[in-house]
Design a protein around this ligand. Structure first.
Ligand SMILES: Nc1ncnc2c1ncn2[C@@H]1O[C@H](COP(=O)(O)OP(=O)(O)OP(=O)(O)O)[C@@H](O)[C@H]1O
Length: 237
């Protein structure tokens, strides 16, 4: 089943109309230089930014889905995790269950999965940047949605937590969710199922990583040369 379909979706001055189709079970990376439109595309796909064209989730038009239904179907992780109030970490993660009637299901599991048990009773506005990001990811996990939209989920994380979040994303996809995430680390993008490359608000390429992350595209879009060489590889034990 198509988990997400964008037809001619664009945002004036920020994103040229484009098509994108994501199957259930796929892990898809959005890459591109700063300002190329990754967050704009994610926000439009998540229904958080008015856009032209048509967005469908699970083969249903987004316009026709009620707000609470959207809240059960999809989870959003913003690029910047700011909190103005000192709610506890646990209560912020529990907000992921709002559209499910605040049933609290999966909250403890999400806290554990994002390594937040020791921080669970701390006010969220007194955490480090990476810790706050893990709270947002845990909140998304607690939703148990079919669609995940994560804007640069790895950027603030240390290497172990970043690897754990990648493993988590793969597991969510293997369980049938679709995960759309933006990222800057092209070596990580190489491990995903599909890569979408944006360039100055336009779709440059989409498809398997080995095709999209070609020397030609990297030079044209990022102005860098691709050289394959042995290097340091970090893995979870
Ligand atoms: N709120 C806004 N209003 C108007 N233009 C915006 C707004 N936010 C971003 N833009 C512009 O839209 C374009 C795409 O920005 P976007 O944030 O989607 O890029 P990005 O690829 O996510 O960048 P980064 O890698 O820096 O996060 C840029 O030209 C940016 O200046």
């Amino acid at each position: 089943m198509k988990a997400l379909e964008l037809k001619d979706v664009g945002v004036a001055g920020r994103l040229q109309p484009l098509d994108l189709s994501v199957e259930a079970g796929q892990l898809v990376g959005l890459v591109g230089p700063n300002g190329s439109g990754k967050s704009t595309l994610l926000s439009a796909a998540a229904g958080l930014l008015p856009a032209s064209g048509q967005v469908c989730w699970q083969e249903r038009k987004l316009d026709e889905l009620a707000v609470m239904e959207r809240g059960r179907m999809a989870a959003w992780v913003p690029q910047e995790a700011h909190f103005s109030f000192g709610f506890t970490v646990r209560s912020v993660v529990a907000q992921g269950r709002f559209a499910h009637g605040d049933d609290g299901n999966g909250v403890e599991e999400a806290l554990q999965r994002l390594d937040l048990m020791e921080l669970a009773d701390r006010p969220v506005d007194r955490l480090s940047g990476g810790e706050r990001h893990r709270v947002m990811l845990a909140r998304a996990l607690a939703v148990r949605p079919r669609l995940h939209f994560w804007d640069e989920p790895l950027a603030a994380l240390d290497v172990r937590h970043a690897l754990e979040v990648l493993v988590l994303a793969r597991e969510l996809a293997d369980q049938g969710a679709a995960v759309l995430l933006s990222l800057h680390d092209l070596r990580v993008a190489h491990c995903l199922d599909q890569v979408v490359m944006l360039d100055r608000g336009q779709l440059r390429a989409k498809g398997p990583p080995a095709e999209v992350l070609s020397a030609g595209h990297l030079e044209h879009v990022f102005g860098v040369k691709l050289r394959t060489a042995p290097g340091m590889i970090l893995e979870l034990p």
